[in-house]
Design a protein around this ligand. Structure first.
Ligand SMILES: [Fe+2]
Length: 205
C-alpha cells in the first residue's frame, strides 16, 4: 500500500570540495538525513492516527499536515543542493539553452552575478532559481523558509542554501561571501543546465 512508503536518504557522490571541509559537508548531510527521517515519521504518525479514527486526533493531525512541508521541502531542497556538486565543478556552457534564457533575463550581467546579488540579502534562507514554463523565463527568488515562499509548480534549477548551518563549520556569519564563493567553486553548472533542458522538455509535451 502506498500509504506505507518511506523515503530513503540519497547518497551523494561528492568529490573533494573546494573551500568546504569534509566535516562541514558531513554535518550538513546529517541535517539532510534528519529531514528524511522526519518526513517518514510524520507519515507514520498520520497513518496511525488515521487508522485509530479518533475524533480527538483532528487537531494533532492538522498540525502534522501543516508540519509536513517543512520536513518535505527541507529534504527535497537539500537533494537539489547536494546533487549540484556531484562530479565536480564545471563552468557554465555559453551555448546552453539556460545561457540563452539567462541572457534574455539578466543581460550582460549574467546569472551567476545575479544569484550573488540575491544571495547578499540579509537573513537566512535559500536562493532558488526556477524555470517558469508558462512565461518561458527564469526567476531568481530569496526563499526565507523553505516551506513558505516557494513558487508553485515551477521546476527548480538551482538551490543555494544560505542557512548558517551550511557554512558555520568553516566560516563565521561575516564570511558568508566566502561561502558563496565556495558554492560556485564547487557548482557543476552542467547539472543546472540539464535541469533546465528537462523542464523545457516537459513544457514542450
Ligand atoms: Fe541546509
Amino acid at each position: 500500500m502506498m500509504w506505507d512508503m518511506q523515503y530513503t536518504a540519497k547518497q551523494f557522490n561528492l568529490p573533494v570540495m573546494n573551500g568546504l571541509s569534509e566535516k562541514q559537508i558531513k554535518v550538513h548531510l546529517a541535517l539532510y538525513e534528519g529531514y528524511v527521517k522526519n518526513v517518514n515519521l510524520i507519515m507514520e504518525k498520520l497513518k496511525v492516527l488515521q487508522e485509530a479514527d479518533n475524533e480527538g486526533s483532528a487537531y494533532l493531525m492538522a498540525e502534522l499536515r501543516r508540519r509536513f512541508a517543512f520536513e518535505f521541502d527541507g529534504m527535497r531542497m537539500h537533494e537539489y543542493y547536494f546533487d549540484q556538486f556531484e562530479s565536480g565543478v564545471t563552468a557554465p556552457n555559453k551555448n546552453s539553452a539556460l545561457a540563452s534564457a539567462a541572457a534574455e533575463k539578466y543581460g550582460e550581467k549574467g546569472l551567476e552575478a545575479h544569484i550573488r546579488e540575491v544571495a547578499g540579502s540579509r537573513g537566512i534562507g535559500w536562493v532558488v532559481v526556477y524555470s517558469d514554463l508558462v512565461a518561458k523565463t527564469i526567476h531568481t527568488v530569496f526563499v526565507n523558509d523553505h516551506e513558505l515562499g516557494q513558487l508553485a509548480g515551477l521546476p527548480i534549477l538551482l538551490a543555494l542554501d544560505l542557512w548558517e548551518h551550511a557554512y558555520m563549520v568553516d566560516y563565521v556569519p561575516a564570511e558568508k561571501k566566502n561561502y558563496i564563493d565556495a558554492f560556485f567553486a564547487n557548482l557543476n553548472w552542467s547539472i543546472v543546465e540539464k535541469r533546465f533542458d528537462e523542464a523545457m522538455k516537459i513544457s514542450a509535451t
